[in-house]
Write a protein that binds this ligand. Structure first.
Ligand code: BJW
Length: 241
């Protein structure tokens, strides 16, 4: 049974909780309806903060009415099971939602930030922010800067990269769940794991762009596949990944 498991989650794990994905093969993802260059870049925010903030306000409201699904809950169970067996789960998410935390996961590494936090563009202080973010809102800490969503846009450096690198190096299994393998650096983690000799598993509704990198794949809805896989790991059924 693997004891130090690195799990990378993407939008697909939250799809069944009612949060949209960005890309899919049917062309129904968020980026098929909206241009990411107009909504998810620092340049777009500088040019048109009202439009960018309104996009994130709508997504924040949607998140507040969503609930974790069976896949989030299974990963929270896995964290507890591995910890009690002397192992660890490194749960790295590209998602800006808080559904892993609400499902009971204790340690979640958010590499693309958190929708329920806002950051000052001047002093960079970060605070919990669950309501809308008005363009005129000044930073309560310094009073100078405006506030932006505490998320990572294209062209910005993802958060916690050193911690993620260390977690990957000590893992004995790498699992990607519900991510298209289209956005770097996260899309490169599977190849890095393979280069380190770590077995790799993809769990997805359909094959990701980087599917050839993985040693094994299980296709289907995360709410079904993830609990079944966690159950197998937990009881150590034949050591299958
Ligand atoms: C289901 C399911 C179900 C559905 N069950 N599954 C080459 C190397 C390095 C960088 C680049 C490069 N080329 C270009 C770049 C730059 C760029 C990039 O990657 N661009 C690509 C588009 C080409 N990357 C960046 O700019 C990043 N920064 C950066 O690179 O800094 C420099 C650096 C270099 C090297 C090392 C370190 C740093 C920043 C990227 C920021 C991404 N930001 C967003 C928005 C966040 C805020 C917000 O949410 O609005 O992050 S974009 C969006 O994509 C979001 C996601 O986290 C991210 C990934 O998407 P994800 O999670 O994979 O979702 P989808 O929708 O793509 O896929 C869903 C999957 O779920 C599908 O596969 C479905 O099949 C599946 N699914 N239902 C199971 N029920």
């Amino acid at each position: 049974m693997p004891r130090r498991i690195f799990v990378l989650t993407g939008a697909g794990i939250s799809a069944e909780s009612g949060l949209g994905t960005f890309r899919d093969k049917k062309g129904e993802g968020i980026w098929a309806k909206f241009d990411p260059m107009q909504l998810a870049t620092p340049e777009a925010f500088a040019r048109d903060p009202e439009t960018v903030l309104a996009f994130y306000d709508a997504r924040r409201r949607n998140l507040l009415s969503a609930t974790p699904n069976a896949a989030h809950i299974a990963l929270a169970d896995l964290e507890r099971t591995l910890a009690s067996a002397g192992g660890e789960l490194s749960l790295v998410t590209q998602n800006i939602d808080d559904l892993h935390e609400r499902a009971g996961s204790r340690r979640v590494i958010h590499m693309h930030g958190e929708l329920l936090k806002a950051r000052c563009v001047a002093c960079e202080s970060v605070r919990v922010w669950a309501g809308d973010l008005p363009p005129a809102q000044r930073c309560p800490d310094c009073g100078l800067g405006g506030l932006r969503p505490h998320v990572v846009w294209f062209g910005e450096m993802p958060f916690n990269m050193d911690e993620i690198g260390r977690a990957l190096e000590r893992a004995d299994l790498f699992v990607a769940i519900g991510t298209s393998g289209a956005v770097y650096p996260a899309a490169g983690f599977a190849a890095e794991a393979r280069a380190l000799g770590i077995p790799t598993l993809e769990i997805n509704l359909e094959a990701a762009d980087n599917a050839v990198i993985f040693d094994a794949a299980r296709y289907g809805p995360a709410s079904v596949i993830v609990p079944a896989w966690v159950e197998e790991v937990t009881v150590g059924l034949g050591g299958k990944i």
